[in-house]
Ligand binder design. Structure first.
Ligand code: FE2
Length: 419
């Protein structure tokens, strides 16, 4: 058998001491993945799926079309869902926004929210997971099943009203995200085998209005596709969540940062096939350094663990790249954020970082429709790193403050107050 990919060829940028278990199985799993051909058969992230509350999708599409390069494409109607497809250009992943038709519809993704005090406030709102393009679906599924990965049956996929041409893994016990595989040639058009496809006049209109506004504001060319996806997990699941994702995908371990004063770490994985994140976003896992029951013995805050206890493990933010350069004398990220702020969108703090540090970043407030945060990140020429530790610490802190406000707004009896 010819081994093409070398998943261990990239030395990790490691600021966190990983366990012997992690180091041993990182090597074993990736070597095996290369040898059996999975690394070559599993390609880039082809789509990202999320779900919103009934009646929220149109407004959310308008919000996304204003804040990102996504365009509304069409809606697929099935018995109890509308599935809205948003696309940039076919080179970057699609965004699939699912909306239940009414609040009485129960399902596995809703159940994942219902046991968490703040997650339960918007039970239909959560990121679901990624669709990975593969070159041979039957072979990938067979190999993954032999490695212990469980998939929904085709009957279950039909009952969930998810596209029938996807093989969909059961939600991860560590991240609660699913991974789906779709077979497609790189030049073939994307297709979701689900039902009747049509253009929703309301979604089309909010998209057109947002795109016109982007042009008027001069930001249409400045906001680029998704740079990374950041999932928050329980502290004890940091290593296994990374290894599980590497088992499911063809990503490699890029490295970890210890964000000491936020008592958490940020762990980065990247695509073996796409060096440019805009074609296949980096996947990032953030976890507390210590479990919640010892936090009272430490002097540091624990915003990451608190977030997971309030919402459950889930995607925390998706980060959009901002084109490097200046507009009217200010860095593009400053220009974009000011323009979007004037459109009524709020941000958690000022833009942090600098050209000197290599990148500038900011978090939006969580969307009221999806609970997801959008990060904007501008990297300056010559910056090869991924994050600046000070930036991540400030962003994590800011997200913790917003969550404190949400805890106060929510039924405060149950929620875990950020320390
Ligand atoms: Fe981020």
């Amino acid at each position: 058998m010819t081994t093409v990919s070398k998943s261990l060829a990239y030395p990790a940028h490691c600021g966190v001491k990983n366990s012997l278990f992690f180091n041993e199985y990182l090597e074993k799993l990736l070597e095996e993945r290369d040898e059996i051909g999975l690394t070559d058969m599993v390609r880039e992230i082809d789509a990202m799926m999320l779900t919103v509350e009934p009646g929220n999708a149109i407004e959310y599409i308008g919000e996304l079309c204003l804040m990102s390069p996504y365009w509304y494409l069409h809606t697929i109607e099935s018995a109890s869902h509308w599935t809205h497809v948003l696309r940039i250009d076919g080179q970057s992943p699609d965004l699939i926004v699912r909306e239940v038709k009414h609040d009485g519809i129960r399902g596995i993704f809703r159940s994942l929210n219902e046991v968490y005090p703040i997650g339960n406030n918007k039970p239909n709102s959560r990121y679901i997971g990624e669709v990975l393009r593969v070159t041979d679906l039957a072979a990938v599924v067979k190999l993954q099943q032999a490695r212990g990965i469980s998939f929904f049956s085709s009957e279950e996929v039909a009952r969930l009203e998810l596209p029938g041409n996807l093989a969909i893994s059961k939600p991860s016990p560590y991240t609660h995200n699913i991974v789906a595989y779709v077979e497609r040639g790189s030049q073939q058009e994307r297709h979701y085998d689900l039902g009747f496809k049509d253009v929703s006049p309301a979604a089309y209109e909010v998209c057109q209005r947002a795109k016109e506004r982007q042009q008027q504001l001069g930001i249409a060319e400045l906001i680029l596709p998704v740079d990374h996806l950041a999932t928050r997990i329980y502290s004890q699941n940091r290593e296994v969540a990374i290894l599980e994702w590497l088992s499911l995908s063809s990503y490699y371990y890029w490295g970890s940062f210890d964000i000491i004063d936020q008592n958490s770490s940020t762990n980065v994985t990247k695509s073996m096939h796409c060096q440019d994140e805009l074609h296949s976003p980096a996947k990032v896992f953030t976890a507390n350094n210590t479990p919640y029951f010892v936090n009272h013995l430490k002097i540091f805050p624990s915003p990451t663990e608190n977030y997971v206890r309030n919402y459950g493990p889930r995607l925390h933010h998706l980060a959009l790249a901002v084109k490097d350069g200046k507009q009217q004398g200010v860095e593009n990220i400053d220009y974009v954020v000011e323009a979007i702020r004037e459109e009524g969108k709020s941000f958690l703090l000022d833009i942090i970082g600098s050209k000197f540090e290599g990148l500038k970043q900011i978090f939006s407030s969580a969307s009221e429709h999806s609970s997801l945060i959008i990060e904007y990140v501008q990297r300056f020429s010559g910056f090869h790193g991924y994050f600046h530790a000070n930036n991540v610490a400030e962003l994590t802190h800011a997200a913790g403050i917003e969550e404190a406000l949400m805890v106060m707004q929510a039924d405060g009896q149950q929620a875990i107050k950020p320390s």
